[in-house]
Design a protein around this ligand. Structure first.
Ligand SMILES: Cc1ncc(COP(=O)(O)O)c(C=O)c1O
Length: 448
């Protein structure tokens, strides 16, 4: 058991003044195990009790260069002295927007905001403004943030609540979301070519957009089957819908140009956040000029006190310069691939049936004998074994999410030595779990 002498009293204070003691539901692990972190540097984090971890959560993705990156921090420190927000444009916003347009294929125009939630919310609004239609298609197991419209059939929804594949049910995530909103959401299984085509043909005249995470950043990083993103592109072209890529996790992570570059499909609009600021809160949405030009007073609404603030812009400017100057993400992919292959080899040697998933810069794996390519398929994944391995790893200083839905995130600071150390500890974890769960891990991957 990890030390908790300091974490527990802090968390008990937190429980008195913050709902569940945290600032995000996903950070709550329960009354006696919720972590309290003290600091991070590079690819490592330390909790308040001094427990040290190689970090593969990276704040759920943003820290593409690593924690407390000195180059980004220097840029932010310099900006602080000149003020944070002005209720007016600054030149730095223009500079950052120009750099994004130069880096991302097909990016003609954008707007800055602060969070991925805002970026997807505004993407949907501008798509509705452009098409004059109100509904949209999303995919099961995809998370697009916390605004009401997208809190349906996410990776927080029970797989067993989604209805038949032919007639999927859009399932509200928790209470507090007006019933009527469901009417705007068409939720479909990912990678199901036929389901999307059928839904589009049935009611394209009321569908403004298809919003998709090009790789399931909230369901093990599962990537689109060959041709699936192109299929969405084609349907959007044929039926006058806007294709929105939610690149909050893939953007500035899987390639400088994100999924557009990595998978060769150009969406009409894309939403970015996370890696763009290496931890500082900055987000953006943008794409085709013809669509983005609709945003303006009296036309399509977008505003925000903190959008394009000087500190976030300084951080984004530094991140973009670093990504442009050297092949950070390509190098990361090599190390990510080594990690992925190493994890797979260890699982195979232990006879644990599994499927490696995800782009090497945000890989994952599932404990399964059958191929899984959507959220429904995750019912075939043995969460008990996965969580036991990842739980052991956490106890022994390697921290990836103890839940296969969240991929492992790599950053520039995960060097070869850290990957080796991770693989050594993973081997120990698999050995330990194999001893505790011999029945589950011998051949049959599914829950016994
Ligand atoms: C794919 C995706 N979209 C949107 C969001 C929401 O971003 P934020 O938490 O910055 O609001 C997330 C958050 O994890 C995400 O993974």
């Amino acid at each position: 058991m990890l030390k908790r002498e300091k974490a527990q009293p802090i968390f008990e204070r937190a429980m008195k003044v913050m709902a569940k003691g945290v600032s995000s539901n996903f950070r709550y692990w329960g009354p006696t195990s919720t972590p309290v972190v003290a600091r991070g540097k590079g690819a490592k984090v330390w909790d308040v009790d001094g427990n040290e971890f190689i970090d593969y959560r990276l704040g759920w993705g943003p820290m593409i260069l690593g924690h407390a990156d000195e180059r980004v921090n220097a840029a932010v420190h310099a900006a602080i002295d000149h003020g944070a927000i002005f209720a007016a444009a600054t030149e730095m916003e223009v500079i950052v927007a120009e750099k994004i347009c130069a880096m991302v294929p097909g990016m003609e125009m954008l707007r800055f905001t602060n969070t991925g939630t805002e970026a997807t919310m505004h993407s949907l609004r501008v798509a509705r403004g452009y098409t004059g239609r109100e509904k949209f298609i999303k995919f099961e197991g995809q998370y697009h943030g916390m605004h009401d419209y997208v809190l349906f059939s996410t990776a927080s929804s029970s797989i067993h609540s989604l209805g038949a594949r032919r007639s999927p049910v859009a399932v509200q995530v928790g209470s507090g979301i007006p019933k009527g909103i469901r009417d705007y959401v068409i939720s479909l299984p990912f990678n199901d070519f036929e389901a999307v085509e059928r839904a589009v043909k049935e009611r394209y005249w009321e569908i403004a957009a298809i919003i998709v995470e090009p790789a399931l950043g909230n369901s093990a990083g599962i990537e689109a089957d060959p041709g699936f993103l192109a299929h969405l592109r084609k349907l959007c072209d044929e039926y006058g819908m806007v294709l929105i890529f939610d690149e909050v996790k893939t953007g500035f992570r899987i390639a400088n140009g994100g999924a557009r570059e990595a998978y060769g499909v150009i969406s009409d609009i894309s939403a970015y956040a996370k890696s763009l600021g290496n931890g500082y809160p900055v987000a953006a949405f943008g794409g085709k000029r013809e669509i983005m030009e609709l945003i303006g007073p009296g036309s399509v609404a977008h505003a925000g006190t903190y959008g394009g603030n000087a500190l976030s812009m300084a951080a984004a400017n530094a991140v973009l310069d670093i990504l442009a100057a050297s092949p950070v993400l390509a190098n990361l992919a090599k190390r990510g691939q080594r990690l992925k292959s190493g994890l797979s080899e260890i699982l195979s040697d232990a006879d644990i049936p599994h499927q490696m998933t995800g782009h090497p810069n945000m890989p994952g794996f599932l404990i399964t004998e059958e191929k899984i390519n959507d959220y429904r398929g995750m019912a075939r994944h043995n969460a008990e074994i996965y969580d036991a391995i990842l739980g052991y790893l956490y106890e022994h200083g390697v921290w990836a999410e103890i839940d296969a839905r969240e991929p492992w995130f790599l950053c520039e600071a995960h060097d070869e030595a850290l990957i080796d150390e991770t693989l050594n500890r993973f081997q120990d974890a698999v050995k330990a779990v194999k001893t505790s769960y011999p029945r589950h891990t011998d051949g049959a991957g599914n829950q016994a």
